[in-house]
Design a protein around this ligand. Structure first.
Ligand code: SF4
Ligand code: SF4
Length: 135
């Protein structure tokens, strides 16, 4: 697994509510065209539509995971000023950390029994994104 460095984004999936704020903050901050997203949120439910849960009422379940595309540039101008990337800065659930904060968060989450994973290479997503989920 990749060592955490100043560009590593750590995603606490226990905190992520799939709200897309990170994606929209990136889009606005980087002035992206209407049809372009550098970060999207994938929902995992029934597989029959983006927001359809799996199961039958009342036993429904769905999960979600934000995914950084290769287009993400990790906000170099903001990092150079000591600011967090738009996506990390905007998360209302404090699910995202980067750099030293990510290293500290990883230790904290490990102590709390979380496991860590990266997306497989075939996803062709941005490197240096680490996910944490409760075992
Ligand atoms: S990482 Fe934060 S901003 Fe992005 S979808 Fe999850 S909760 Fe929302
Ligand atoms: S790090 Fe910057 S460029 Fe990359 S997804 Fe976040 S806001 Fe967008």
């Amino acid at each position: 697994m990749t060592e955490i460095n100043e560009k590593t984004i750590l995603v606490d999936l226990q905190r992520c509510i799939g709200c897309w704020t990170c994606s929209l903050a990136c889009k606005v901050g980087n002035n992206l065209p209407d049809d372009e997203f550098w970060l999207t949120v994938r929902t995992q439910g029934s597989g029959e539509g983006i927001d359809r849960p799996a199961g039958t009422w009342p036993n429904l379940h769905m999960s979600w995971i934000p995914i950084w595309s290769q287009s993400c540039v990790k906000c170099p101008s903001r990092i150079a000023k000591g600011d967090k990337p738009y996506c990390v800065n905007s998360c209302p659930c404090n699910a995202l950390t980067i750099g030293e904060a990510a290293a500290a968060k990883k230790e904290e989450l490990r102590d709390r029994g979380f496991r860590f994973f990266e997306l497989p290479a075939w996803e062709k997503s941005k490197d240096n994104v680490l996910y944490a989920e409760k075992k």
